[in-house]
Design a protein around this ligand. Structure first.
Ligand code: ZN
Length: 120
């Protein structure tokens, strides 16, 4: 049997790797790739938003690396330091953290301490 012709599709070892999430080969995987926050240059953008029917203010930190561990860790830290609720979102192109209340003055130096530049 001629192996070379049979293996054309899978000759690239990169494409034969399996995705850790869905267990599909990487070429078939439709998962959103996670970004290594250390290799990802970004400037977090803070903005205030009104949320829900009560119109509660939330501090939104946008343009973050889309990495669940990174977002989870940072959200936990910010919630603790701000003493308020919050969550992270990975729906869009970038990672987003929302912290309840206007916490920009607390969050800004915390981000800086984590080596994260921010504006807004
Ligand atoms: Zn996958």
């Amino acid at each position: 049997m001629n192996k070379t012709t049979r293996l054309v599709y899978s000759s690239d070892p990169e494409l034969n790797k399996k995705c850790l999430k869905c267990k599909e080969v990487v070429s078939e995987c439709t998962c959103v790739p996670e970004v290594d926050p250390k290799s990802y240059k970004f400037v977090a953008v803070m903005r205030m938003e009104k949320q829900g029917r009560g119109g509660k203010t939330v501090t939104v930190i946008d343009q973050l690396p889309k990495n669940e561990i990174f977002l989870k860790t940072l959200t936990t830290l910010l919630k603790k330091k701000c003493g308020s609720g919050g969550n992270y979102l990975m729906d869009g192109k970038e990672g987003v953290i929302e912290i309840q209340g206007d916490k920009r003055e607390i969050i800004r130096p915390l981000l800086l301490k984590e080596g994260i530049k921010s504006k807004g």
